[in-house]
Design a protein around this ligand. Structure first.
Ligand code: 4AD
Ligand code: MG
Length: 474
């Protein structure tokens, strides 16, 4: 007996083989004397159709009605060609073992239930077609990310989750505390019954072993230290933003890929971002065919064509100033007015990629320095910085990056202008003191990439356990 996973589409070459398939029951239906069990083991979208007749060992489990949706089974049988139109092969069952029964209250019985409902069942939603497919594509994107950077000579650097610096300077950090007197009680109580200390409320701004500390919003500053030693590097890890925004593109906890190139400028940075994005898109199109067809049919019609274009066509590039001019010509379409110096709203980003440039990714560069972070390199005009954002249809901003300010005096001046505490950036400034080099990098929100490649509308459905206002269950 070969213990392999059920792949009915590729199963023709296995005709006549005996197999053991272990998985979870999607549906069970009886027809005259045979029973059909659709079994899925998560290796692919397709189920293995298991045909059980009364002479199979373990048929009594079928007869007694103890097999229901959600149950786990180990099924032994022979691969035969199928009469059905949905699959080429099926498993003629010799022996069926119930591994774990499923209570009839199994909450995902119906074929179609809303995404909102499934978010309340995050522990069981991977058993659906959609969430199984999203998980596999997410996995393929992560694998392709490492593959791309490793093949191109980058070194993967682990950056810390607990930090004292606010990379983006937006004040959106969660603080870390060590001082919870009754930790047990806090964990097991509901939020509004959080215990109070003798002298009143717990001070949640309490510190990390005597000093303030936060969850990182970005690993960039840390990874720059390795870029100025090992040249081309990247991080891939969780980041946190305490923005209280309930949008379909924001999470409080998301994964970010951040790359940093030494001896590089904005042009190199944009070229790297485009090459990486095209590589991972091509990778999922080639290696996740079944899942991608599913997304094209059920989630976003036409996504395959769109992604094929992304993989092949050159990205459009334009300056922030040109983007503003273009948006002003279409100003009647927008809720938020546009003028030079403003941050682009999601409606503007979407107009640019979806309408002005027909669905192609667009790189916007040279933003006003006032709306960008302190570390971005000032351009000669004194008004803009060498920054770039990659915008894509539906999602908007997928990538944000820049050339870094490598000149010590410029960086110190900028910190002063923004009234940031220079002392706390002493080590970051050191990189400009000891062998500074022009360098550039970018960050890509991994969940937005999953959103972009699967067509999932809400970012909460691209990560197994989404975190945001009101969602920390599971
Ligand atoms: O534009 P951001 O804030 O840039 C940085 O953090 C830089 N330090 C990156 C770098 O240059 N190394 O964030 C980068 C990307 C965004 O383009 C977006 O895709 C994603 O991270 N992102 C979020 N994704 C989900 N939820 C949120 N709340 C996000 N905030 C940013
Ligand atoms: Mg950004």
């Amino acid at each position: 007996i070969v213990d392999i996973k059920g792949r009915p589409d590729e199963g023709l070459d296995r005709l006549g083989q005996t197999l053991v398939v272990k998985g979870w029951v999607r549906t069970i239906r009886s027809q005259s004397s045979v029973t059909f069990i659709e079994l899925n083991d998560g290796s692919c979208l397709s189920n293995m159709q298991c045909v059980v007749s009364p002479d199979a060992e373990g048929y009594d489990q079928v007869e007694s009605g103890s097999i229901s949706t959600g149950a786990s089974l180990s099924v032994h049988g022979t691969v035969v060609s199928s009469q059905g139109s949905k699959q080429k092969v099926e498993l003629k069952v010799d022996k069926l073992i119930m591994v774990g029964q499923s209570d009839p209250s199994f909450p995902i019985q119906k074929k179609r239930v809303s995404r909102e409902y499934l978010r309340t069942k995050a522990h069981l939603r991977p058993r659906t077609n959609t969430f199984g497919a999203v998980a596999r594509v997410r996995n393929a994107l992560a694998y392709a990310t490492h593959k791309f950077f490793q093949e191109n000579g980058f070194v993967w650097i682990s950056t810390p989750i607990i930090t004292t610096s606010d990379c983006e300077g937006a004040g959106e950090q969660f603080c870390v505390t060590t001082l919870i007197p009754n930790a047990e009680e806090v964990i097991h109580s509901s939020a509004d019954s959080i215990p109070k200390t003798d002298n009143g409320l717990i001070d949640w701004s309490q510190d990390f072993f005597g000093k303030p500390a936060f969850l990182t919003v970005s690993g960039q500053l840390n990874v720059e230290t390795y870029a100025t030693a090992l040249s081309d590097v990247y991080t891939f890890g969780p980041t946190f933003r305490a923005e209280n925004s309930n949008t379909s593109r924001h999470l409080a906890e998301f994964w970010m890929i951040e790359i940093e190139l030494a001896f590089a400028d904005l042009k190199d940075d944009m070229a790297c971002a485009a090459a990486y994005l095209q590589y991972v898109v091509r990778y999922v199109l080639e290696s996740c065919k079944e899942d991608m067809d599913f997304f094209d049919t059920w989630i976003e019609k036409g996504i395959l064509g769109r992604l094929n274009d992304v993989a092949e066509k050159e990205f459009v590039q334009l300056s922030y100033t040109d983007a503003i001019n273009l948006l002003q010509k279409a100003s009647q379409k927008f809720e938020f007015p546009v003028k030079w110096g403003c941050d682009l709203q999601s409606e503007h980003e979407r107009y640019i990629t979806e309408q002005a440039f027909g669905g192609c990714p667009v790189i916007i560069r040279d933003y006003p320095k006032e709306i960008k972070a302190f570390y971005m390199r000032e351009n000669d005009d004194g008004k803009t910085v060498a920054a770039m954002d990659v915008l894509v249809p539906r999602v908007g901003e997928l990538i944000g990056g820049s050339e870094r300010e490598e000149r010590l005096e410029y960086l110190e001046n900028r910190l002063d202008e923004l009234k940031l505490n220079k002392e706390s950036y002493w080590w970051y400034l050191d990189l400009r003191r000891y062998g500074s080099v022009p360098h550039a990098g970018f960050g890509l929100g991994f969940e937005r990439l999953v959103q972009f490649t699967t067509g999932m509308e809400n970012i909460r459905d691209t990560i197994p356990f989404p975190r945001g206002p009101g969602s920390a269950e599971f």
